[in-house]
Design a protein around this ligand. Structure first.
Ligand SMILES: *Cc1c(COP(=O)(O)O)cnc(C)c1O
Length: 429
């Protein structure tokens, strides 16, 4: 049971003096839940500990990467050896090819790929490539899908019947936002309509094939096949952003599960095994346009650095070896969800728990959520009370119902029993 966050509160005050919100990524500041974020000292397996000495069962997993749990012995050992050999060379190493070949075993559609340092770099570079390759400017994205914070993608649906997006952040120019068309997730009719009008100007559609950034929202059965059909007909590219859902829904990604081949895939989170690493890749005829094979520029001082490559290689090797890891994770996750549903019912709380593989989220909502508008109709206050009650009971969850909860291979039946115990009383708060 968590009783104090005194040291975290002091550390937070100190951090706030020198960093916006005291953090290096906004969600960590816990602004939505009005509570002090625990400052972390260490994590191992399914547990994470703060500087006040509280230990939690971790369902954030660094926002996705920790699919093996934290500090997996095989990954740690390989990293220790790698550190001794030097942390960055800015020159080619065999490790980069090794990781790329491993990635391709999971994602055969990534015929040629480039390693970068973060998910946003992957999506931003994929869009530049799509624009350069097609010679077109406009892109289509879906409201509630997050692809990183590059200007073209920090765009939301315009008001009313407006076709073109509006900046969701000051600093994004109107000119940039007007090349981004924002539609509702799972609404293929609106995609067909936009393509009928602007098809010849659209470079690409970018989509989270399973959305995880408005809470977990799976795509409807025909959504992805139809997106493929519509883009192909207009010679626009289809970009799957599997930065979050990659390696977590099916062994070959969501593209395997739905049998839809995108032109470009973006990966991140899991492929770095907890170190900064991401990748974009796809059809060879497209990827050969990336510099220095082609003219479309993209580079990175630390891209493919040996530590990130090592953590990625070890993580993917462990996953590749276990033929049934996805089934195991999915079953574990479903079992936890069944338990949570029962606890919510006992407390008479309306929740929608939506799952894809080892990812799920809990919407405090009476109706199923299939797009951003649905998600936003969820009860924020109820979530907040539940979240804080869970934290106090030693369960570390994302501080927003519009984020995804991650289950790892390190979670045990005992972890789940404790989580359900906590949930039972927390739903009554
Ligand atoms: C996290 C995420 C990104 C951005 O990745 P960063 O490594 O945070 O830059 C992009 N797309 C999706 C779907 C994500 O979940």
């Amino acid at each position: 049971m968590v009783n104090k966050l005194e040291k975290s509160a002091a550390a937070f005050e100190k951090a706030k003096k020198i960093m916006p919100g005291g953090v290096n990524s906004p969600v960590r500041s816990y602004q939505n839940v009005d509570c002090t974020p625990p400052f972390i000292s260490h994590a191992k397996g399914s547990k994470i500990s703060d500087i006040d000495g509280n230990e939690y069962i971790d369902f954030v997993g660094s926002w996705g990467p920790a699919i093996l749990g934290h500090a997996h012995p095989q990954v740690v050992e390989a990293l220790q050896k790698a550190v001794e050999r030097g942390t960055s060379f800015g020159a080619p190493t065999e490790l980069e090819t090794e990781l790329a070949e491993l990635v391709q075993k999971f994602y055969p559609t990534m015929q040629v790929m480039r390693m970068v340092n973060s998910g946003i770099e992957a999506t931003m570079s994929a869009l530049r490539l799509a624009r350069g390759f097609t010679g077109r400017d406009k892109i289509v994205k879906f409201e509630g899908c997050y692809h990183g914070h590059s200007d073209s993608l920090l765009v939301g649906a315009g008001s009313g019947a407006a076709t073109f997006g509006e900046p969701t952040s000051p600093g994004v120019t109107l000119g940039t936002s007007q090349d981004t068309i924002v539609l509702q997730y799972n609404d293929i009719k609106s995609v067909e309509k936009i393509f009928a009008e602007y098809g010849s100007e659209i470079a690409a559609v970018i989509v989270e094939p399973v959305a995880g950034n408005m809470g977990l929202v799976p795509s409807k059965k025909n959504f992805l096949p139809k997106l493929r059909e519509v883009t192909e007909k207009s010679n626009a590219l289809l970009i799957f952003d599997e930065v979050m859902c990659g390696f977590r829904v099916a062994k070959g990604g969501v593209q395997e599960k739905y049998n839809v081949k995108p032109d470009i895939t973006c990966l991140g989170k899991v492929i770095g095994g907890g170190l900064p690493c991401a990748a974009y890749g796809g059809r060879e005829d497209i990827m050969r346009n990336v510099s220095p094979d082609g003219k479309i520029y993209q580079a990175g001082t630390l891209s493919g650095n040996p530590l990130a490559m090592t953590a990625g290689v070890e993580t993917l090797k462990i996953l590749l070896k276990d033929e049934s890891y996805i089934d195991k994770l999915t079953k574990k996750t479903s079992k936890l969800i069944e338990g949570l549903k029962i606890k919510a019912e006992l407390a008479n709380v309306d929740v929608q728990i939506q799952q894809a593989g080892s990812m799920f989220s809990i919407f405090f909502n009476t109706k199923k959520v299939s797009n951003y508008i649905d998600a936003k109709s969820s009860d924020q206050n109820k979530f907040k009370r539940w979240f804080i009650a869970m934290l106090e009971r030693g369960i570390y969850l994302p501080p927003s119902q519009y984020e995804t909860i991650f289950v790892s291979l390190a979670h045990t039946d005992e972890d789940f029993a404790k989580t359900l115990d906590a949930a039972e009383s927390a739903f009554f708060v």
